[in-house]
Design a protein around this ligand. Structure first.
Ligand code: GLN
Length: 453
């Protein structure tokens, strides 16, 4: 097939089927077909990049030149960036074709895609259920075969948890591996871009193109990029797998524990050894995250003031009225809750009690991982405690929603790479196996995932 044919195939599927899922917020048909035509010319000239001509979708958190980037929010419903995010630019340079922009929780805050201004996204496995979040649009688009792969972001689990709920492979790289430039900021010390795909091989192809050193992001690490496809076939003989007892505690559906144990046995059969490990501060990761992430979000979202871009209220009386009404109208409830919590945690007199304390806990969580990785090469456990839940099931209970990320958040606090791959069905819905690695061990994680698939 030519890229134009392939692109047209996916555009048709999006047009015919996405009304069932609500995964796309913009379909960039003209751009897609023009890019596909260009890719076909590159292919004819012998371009060997495996991504050249492959259509993909971008999470609507990545700025796209001339194409609305709303980040799931009414605040940015009218925002058309004049530049591309580095991630978008890198994938474009590899020859990937942009099909459109996909839905997400507002400003990436959520675990179910129910906080989007553009309405909830449905899980293609069961449309009464959520796809997970915040990258729910990316996950539903790939699981519904509306795109072969999609970009996504993960601040506390937003790639791995939707991967688990939609039966996909999702990888969150090491903090600093992929540029955050042009990616709308939620919690800057935790945010990291990655991908959602149908296999580890696809993820390796996309991530190899996305990752780069970028001096426009001061936290991007200057380290050579790798071809992650080169090591996919490596043997697992001698691999030491850490199994943290804290990831198999109360609250985990027993069927998920069983699926994970079956996968662990399979790895043992490949010559890996299982090592019982402890990550003793795991229970503090959700509380620490819900101080740190809101604190950073309250600072990051202060830029949405109705002055420079985005939503502006009608007829403001004065500057304060402009700020107040613009933000009251533009932000949804979950975003407001986070801004309030974060502003409180950072306020004079409370900073030491909350923010500084949370940062100390973050250090302890990082040390847990450092100690474990002296003895093991990777850590494995479940991605979520349960399969995808029904719409509204956690709507009135933010804490129940926050616990969706109980196994994924610690990885972000420690800055480590993590991925999720499907490892079985529970209630006829997919569940994920999580693999956590040492910093910059993305190649190893993808190798471990690829061998299982
Ligand atoms: N669910 C978590 C939150 O709501 C994580 C979101 C994310 O990773 N972007 O903050």
């Amino acid at each position: 097939y030519t890229s134009v044919e392939l692109t047209q195939h996916f555009l048709n599927r999006i047009k015919n089927l996405d009304s069932q899922y609500n995964s796309f917020v913009s379909i960039t048909e003209e751009i897609a077909l023009a890019q596909a035509k260009e890719a076909d010319e590159r292919l004819a000239k012998g371009d060997a990049n495996p991504l050249c001509g492959i259509p993909i979708a971008h999470k609507d958190i990545f700025c796209t030149n001339g194409v609305r980037t709303a980040c799931g929010s009414k605040m940015l419903d009218n925002f058309i960036p004049p530049y591309d995010a580095t991630v978008v630019e890198n994938l474009r340079a590899a020859g990937a074709v942009m099909l459109g922009k996909v839905n997400m929780d507002e400003f990436a805050m959520g675990s179910s895609n129910e906080t989007s201004f553009y309405g909830p996204v449905k899980n293609p496995w069961d449309t009464d259920c959520v796809p997970g979040g915040s990258s729910g649009g990316s996950a539903a688009a790939v699981a519904g075969l509306l795109a072969p792969g999609a970009t996504a972001t993960d601040t506390g689990g937003s790639i791995r948890q939707p991967a688990s709920h939609c039966g996909l492979t999702g990888i969150k790289p090491t903090y600093g591996r992929v540029s955050r430039w042009g990616m709308i900021a939620f919690a800057s010390s935790l945010d990291q871009a990655g991908v959602l795909t149908r296999s580890a091989e696809d993820a390796a192809i996309m991530l190899s193109a996305m990752a780069s050193y970028d001096d426009k992001d001061s936290t991007c690490i200057n380290q050579p990029t790798e071809d992650y496809t080169a090591t996919l076939g490596n043997s697992l003989d001698g691999l030491r797998i850490g199994v943290p007892k804290e990831y198999f505690g109360e609250g985990l559906r027993p069927e998920i524990a069983e699926h994970v144990r079956t996968a662990l046995k399979w790895y043992e059969g490949q010559g890996a050894t299982l090592v019982d490990i402890e990550l003793p501060h795991t229970h503090l990761s959700v509380p620490a995250y819900y101080v740190i992430a809101p604190a950073e979000c309250s600072a990051n979202l202060s830029r949405f003031d109705g002055v420079r871009y985005g939503h502006r209220c009608d007829d403001p009386k004065d500057l304060n009225d402009l700020y107040k009404r613009t933000r009251a109208e533009g932000f949804g409830d979950e975003v407001k809750r986070r801004i309030l919590v974060g502003t409180y945690a950072l306020s004079a007199g409370y900073y030491d009690a909350y923010y500084r304390k949370a940062m100390k806990v973050r250090r302890l969580i990082k040390q847990d991982f450092d100690q474990a990785f002296e003895k093991v090469d990777v850590i494995m456990g479940p991605t979520t405690t349960a399969p995808a839940f029904k719409f509204g099931a956690k709507g009135n209970d933010p804490v129940a929603m926050y616990l969706e990320d109980i196994y994924t958040i610690a990885t972000n606090l420690a800055g480590l790479p993590g991925l999720s791959i499907p490892c079985g069905l529970v209630d006829e819905k997919p569940v994920g196996l999580q693999v956590i690695g040492k910093a910059f061990d993305e190649g190893k994680l993808l190798n471990v995932a690829h061998q299982y698939q």
